[in-house]
Design a protein around this ligand. Sequence first.
Ligand code: GUN
Length: 348
Amino acid sequence: MVICSNKRIVHSTGVKHQGATSQHYSPTKVMCLKITYNCFLVSSGIILVPDKGVGVSAVIMDGKAISKEIQTEITQEVAQFVEQAGITPCLAAVLVGDDPASEVYVRNKHRACERVGITSQMHKLPASTTQKELLTLINQLNLANDVHGILIQLPLPEGIDTLLVLDAVDPRKDVDAFHPENVGLISQGRPRFLPCTPHGVQQILDRCGIEMSGKHVVIVGRSDIVGKPMSMLLTARNSTRGPQAANATVTLCHSRTRNLPEVCRSADVIVAAIGVAKFITADMVKPGAAVVDVGINRTEEGLCGDVDFEKVREVAGHITPVPGGVGPLTVTMLMYNTLDAAKLFAGR
Ligand code: GUN
């Protein structure tokens, strides 16, 4: 197995197979770099998939380790900010109802705050909370000088207009970057806050040494939380990590995309955020491509991503696991935004 955590790449067994070129294949079984590949003819050309059991395996992009490293950086920055500004950053999390998954996410966010030196408030409201009551709480948090970031955990219970509620958050405290003003700023390449999950994906790829500039990235899923903002971050001219982590050519795919497997096979990088367990299969991945799995699906077999990990790892060059891939980064980038929100407040 090969593990990657922020450019430290440890090879134990296996041979990388990114050198497959057109000279190396014949119509059926082919040998490339001493590895046997299965050769598939598809309309766009030929796909080489390594034979089972050859010991070829993608570099695992270790989101947990990368997240820990970024949290160490944030902890130092928070301490410095507290000393200079005399303000401790504070995140207010609002959880409505008793969705067990949301409770876990909010608890993880609370623990991360503690680790990096950010204060957190937890506002847990019953499922019976009315929209008016929720809006009243948001207004109070908007006005509170000791609250710098506000997070409304989604999904909200039925009967509450999610967009109306998210629009009510002061955009200067909108650490999820869901407010239309913040989405607009991102689309114009002058972000106030960066959306947590897409920013986390960008951090993982860059810290694993995968350049985005000029690459073809296929994003599968057009959600407002991941797919759409991911496309904006990767097509921007610059990023928090420099221009090499942006400037990609992005194809944003969705349920109506024609020839999805073929589009995916043309990708140097696939970001899977469709919400369907094991949706991305090995035949959809170009050998050597980087595959980032944003999915968290609860199945009978347990937690599972949008990527068929065991099969795809035999084809991809880099891959994130689920759990332990993108998830930890989402929480960490929220800490990053809360510190930024406190800095904004200090500069008002
Ligand atoms: N629910 C699932 N993902 C998210 C997220 O990134 N932010 C919030 N607020 N709720 C979520």
